[in-house]
Each structure stands twice: as C-alpha cells, then as structure tokens.
Design a protein around this ligand. Structure first.
Ligand code: C2E
Ligand code: MG
Ligand code: MG
Length: 564
C-alpha cells in the first residue's frame, strides 16, 4: 500500500523524445527516465502516431529538427495548429546555431543544444517548461471543482487512466446521485444545496484519503469514486453510505448509488462509469438511500430500452400505439354522470406484445423522445373528441398527459392550438394533465408556460398531486384548474384513519385554491363513498371502468345521447 500511495502522489509525467539518432535518444532518455516516463519516436510521423493513440497526455516533447519522413519543422507546425495538442510544450534539440530563433518563433517553448553536456541544466530547463505549460493549462481549466474541492470530471478520467496504466490493480466505479436535488435547491435555497454538496464531498474525500482512489463531482449533483476493488464491497458501500448520510444530517435527502465492480474484464474507466451510471439511473427514485450493482440483467434491460427507443418512429408510422380512454364520473348527484375521460397510451409491440406506459414513458422521458408519443396522443384524442361530437352530439372533454419535456418546448402552446384548430374542437375540451413532480423543476418557467396556456383557454390538471414535493407556498402561485390526488392516498382511505384525514387535507387545499379535486385509482364503492363524504366528486378508477379502447367507451356515450 505504501508504494501505491507513493505512486499515486507522483504519477510520472510522460515525455516524448523524437530523434532519428538512436544514441541521442538513449543519452537523453538516460538523463530523464528516473523522473519521467520516457517514450521514444524515430521521426515526426511516428511521434504523431504515438501522441494521437496515447490515452494519456504528454507533458513535454523533445524534438530533433532533422529527421526523415516528417522533420521537426513540419512536426512543430502540425502540433501548433492542432487545438488539443498545441498545449504540449516542445523543446527543440539542435546542433545548429541560428535555428533557435526560428524554432521559438514557430512556437517551441525552449531549445537545448547538442551535444548534451550538463544533465542538471537539461533537467532544469525541461522541468521549467513543463511547469510553465501546466500553469497556463490551469488558468484555462482548473482540475478541481471550486465548490467541493474534488477533481472535475475531465481530470478525474485523465488521472484514473493514469492509475490504470501504472498500477494494474482492479478498480471499482461508484456513482452517487442525490435524489431530486433540484427540489432541495428549490425548497431550501441554493446555499443549503451547496452546503449538502460540500458535506458529501468531505465525506467522500475522507473515504478515499487512505487509498489510491480518486473522486470527482460530475454535473451538479453526481459524485464519482474510483476505488480499489475489495471483496467486501457490499459492506464497504453500506459503511460509506452510512457515513455520508450522517454527514448530510438531513433525512429528507436520500442517495442513489450505482456500482460497477471490476471482474477482471479490463474495461477502461469510462466504460466502468457508464455502467455504474446506468445502475444509478435504473434505481427507483426512492425515499431512502439505495444502491445497486451492475449485472447482465441490467445490461439486457438497457438493450431492451434501446430497442424501444429505436422502434418509436416505426411504431408511430404503423400505428402500434393505441389510445385508451378511462372515464371520469361526477358523483355529486344521486346518479354518477360521465363527465370526462383520460387518454392513456398503450403500445402493442409486434414482438413484445402489450407494453405498459409506465415502462416506456419513463424511458422516453429520459431520452427526450416522449414528445413524439405525446404529439401522437394529442392528435388522436383531438380527432376522437371531434368524431364523438359528430356521431353522438356529445362533447366529452378528454385529458391528455403532458410530460415535463413538453413544457420546455417553446412551441408547446402553438402546437396545441394548431391541433385544436385542425380538429375543430374548443380548447377546453383537451384537458392537460401535468404531473406534480414536473412543477418543481423550474417553477418560474412552468408558471409562465401554464399561464400562457390558460390565457388561451386550456384547462390544467395537476396529476399525481401529493406524490411530489410542492410546498404550500408554491401551490398558491400555481396556475391549475384541478388537483388530481395521487392514487396512493386513495388506496388505504377505508382502512387507515390517517390516510382518510390526509385525503381530507388535500381536498381542503383544493378548496383553498378554488379548484375541484379529482380522485383516481378508485377501486371500490366504499372508497368512492368516503371520497364523497370528504367533498371529492370527480372519480376515476376501476370501480367505474378500466381504460377502454374508443369503441368500448362509445357505448357509454350513447345513453347520454338518448338522455338516459
Ligand atoms: P397517470 O397519468 O397517473 O394515469 C393513471 C394510471 O392509473 C393509469 O395507468 C391507469 O390505468 C391507472 N389506473 C386507473 N384506475 C386505476 C385503479 O382503479 N387502480 C389502479 N391500480 N390503477 C388505476 P397506465 O395507463 O398504466 O399509465 C401509467 C402512467 O403512464 C400514467 O399515469 C402516465 O403518467 C403515463 N402515461 C400514460 N399515457 C401517457 C401519455 O400519453 N403521455 C405521457 N407523457 N404519459 C402517459
Ligand atoms: Mg394522468
Ligand atoms: Mg395520475
């Protein structure tokens, strides 16, 4: 371990000696190879090849001028015109008086005259050129993240690669994400968010300080740890998690941790982290901290998701997506009255059969593709509303789901208006359901978008209300026309006094906002009666009907036409 720590502190810098004379290369190399990792090339072309294929950046190039194939002048020109390579300092090796000035003008950092005599002077000039170049790089890109003091992600991967190249020990990749960090910022302020990030990074630093491991912050709320493999990895991760949670000291904040353990497959650091990130992404958004390990099943699932993403355009073209309609009833009077419906998509995949939207909407939201599905549904629904209107003389409003991706589309209002216009229906017929968690993402923007939609006559329902993190404060400024209670509230309403009272509170909030409360997931008569008792009159759920294909829902419209 001592030796590894020594190496970690002083991972050798890499120098490239480019000279066609073997003896010159060897002499210079002998002066340097105890303090640098020295690589040799016999001409400019070979040198270019080495630099471009090397995983690890060179700290300096020592360049002879006269060589076959590609000489020093041409080589210098190429290096200096390449935006990535120009940062590597080049010291020219020359026996000719007079060529120094020309080389310095071409961008060489310094020159050393042949024959080489005093090794100390040569070493000093080399070290100084490297230092100068590093200083200038640091001015451009600092290797440490300012807030947390951990490496930034580029340097982290760079140093990780060096570790792999030099130590040859199995290393595990750990990705740690904070669940819904944007909400922490939104609700408690940025300073509080920053403080949490610092506490996490301090713990991480403490965890790796006596190992050869490295850590960085990636993006705003992800941390990566590259740590030596250990057969007790599960116990270690549990201990780390406990340590980090203790440091955070706020049980509202939970973590998601994805781990790739090195099984000797010799994957590079980037692949390992891709896999650990994948695990992290697939872990459910939990209230408590959870962790998971990469395995083949996860890989298979990812392949499946990729396949779904690839199939989406064809599926739309071939109308594999089917819109189902679940009725909502108004139960205020003695007899329930069909008042509207919710459009819910299904995918009848030629190979996988019926796929539930819970599976693919999450995948498409992550990839940003959800807008394609939503457009498709909105068009289908608008056409369906029109069709029913014509056939039965019934104007049945239908709600459609609007995902958070759509809200950030600047053309959203226009696209919806166009769909309405094209199908000749009124704007309040297409109700827009927006899940509560979307509201917490970028509140200001969402409020603006929804105000715009409402000013054009659209009605907004906040879906899954109670599952997200809206503060009461936020709610009062929220442009909504209905609150749709999260299904989990309804589940225990008959058996759990607290659940019953909670639903009462949510309905009070709806009353306060002067909007109706809608209950979904109502499966029994008892649940419906309890809701009515509490003042919730719009009911959706299996008690009345499952989501139905349009021709099934039509059967419910006919009696209305006949006025039954
Ligand atoms: P959601 O919008 O909250 O829809 C309600 C879900 O509850 C539907 O699941 C519905 O079938 C189910 N449900 C209704 N009544 C009951 C009941 O009594 N008991 C139980 N256990 N479940 C009931 P579904 O159709 O599987 O959709 C799941 C989610 O997928 C939806 O949740 C929505 O978030 C998303 N989704 C569906 N269609 C679309 C769409 O066109 N666009 C987008 N962006 N998301 C969609
Ligand atoms: Mg919905
Ligand atoms: Mg819902």
């Amino acid at each position: 371990m001592e030796k590894l720590l020594e190496q970690k502190k002083g991972i050798l810098k890499k120098i490239l000696i480019v000279d066609d004379e073997f003896i010159e290369r060897a002499m210079l190399g002998a002066m340097l190879n105890d303090i640098y990792e020295v690589i040799y090339a016999e001409n400019g072309a070979v040198a270019l090849d080495i630099i471009k294929t090397s995983q690890q950046a060179f700290s300096l190039i020592l360049l002879d001028l006269h060589m076959p194939e590609l000489d020093g002048y041409q080589f210098l020109k190429i290096i200096r015109s390449d935006s990535k390579l120009r940062r590597i300092p080049v010291i020219v090796l020359t026996a000719e008086k007079g060529s120094e000035v020309e080389c310095l003008q071409m961008g060489a950092a310094d020159f050393i005259t042949k024959p080489y005599d005093v090794p100390e002077i040569i070493r000093a000039r080399i070290s100084r050129s490297i230092e100068l170049a590093e200083d200038s790089i640091i001015i451009h890109e600092t290797e440490k993240d300012e807030l947390t003091g951990l490496y930034n992600v580029e340097f982290f991967f760079e140093y990780g690669k060096r570790l792999d190249e030099q130590l040859y020990i199995p290393m595990d990749a750990v990705v740690l994400d904070i669940n819904r960090f944007h909400i922490v910022n939104e609700l408690y302020g940025r300073d509080y968010g920053d403080c949490i990030l610092q506490k996490i990074s301090n713990s991480i630093q403490y965890i790796i300080q006596n190992t050869v491991g490295l850590a960085c912050r990636s993006g705003s709320n992800s941390f990566y740890m590259y740590i030596p493999s250990d057969k007790n990895v599960k116990e270690n991760i549990e201990a780390y998690t406990e340590q980090i949670n203790k440091a955070i000291g706020d049980n509202k904040i939970s973590l998601r941790i994805g781990i790739y353990t090195d099984d000797g497959s010799k994957f590079d650091i980037e692949t390992k982290f891709d896999r650990a990130r994948l695990v992290c992404r697939q872990l459910q958004d939990n209230y408590g901290t959870c962790f998971g390990f990469y395995n083949n099943e996860i890989n298979d699932q990812e392949v499946y998701f990729e396949r779904l993403i690839n199939d989406i355009d064809r599926a739309i073209e071939e109308k594999q997506f089917k819109v189902f309609y679940q009725p909502k009833y108004n139960i205020r009077g003695n007899k329930p009255v069909l008042s509207s419906a919710e459009a819910l998509i299904r995918w009848v995949h030629p190979e996988y059969g019926m796929i539930n939207p819970n599976i693919f909407t999450a995948v498409f939201e992550r990839s940003g593709m959800i807008y394609k599905i939503d457009r498709y549904v909105w068009n289908e629904v608008a056409a369906q509303i029109r069709k029913w209107q014509k056939a039965f003389g019934v104007a049945l409003p239908v709600s459609v789901n609007v995902s958070r991706v759509d809200i950030f589309n600047p053309m959203l209002t226009k696209e919806l208006c166009d769909i309405i216009l094209k199908n000749g229906i009124s704007r309040d017929m297409l109700l827009l359901e927006i899940t509560e968690s979307a509201y917490t993402e970028n509140l200001e923007h969402i409020v603006d978008t929804l105000n715009d939609l409402r000013s054009k006559g659209f009605k907004i329902e906040m879906d899954d209300f109670g599952s997200g993190y809206s503060s009461l404060n936020m709610l009062t400024s929220m442009p909504v026309d209905a609150l749709k209670l999260d299904m989990s509230f309804i589940k225990n309403i008959c058996t759990d006094e607290k659940a019953y009272r909670l639903v009462g509170i949510v309905i009070d909030i709806a009353n306060l906002l002067e909007v109706p409360a809608v209950a979904e997931g109502v499966e029994t008569k008892e649940q419906m009666e309890k809701l009515k008792e509490l003042g919730c009159y719009i009911i959706q759920g299996y008690y009345f009907s499952k989501p139905l294909p349009p021709d099934e829902l039509e059967k419910m419209l006919e009696p209305t036409k006949e006025g039954k």
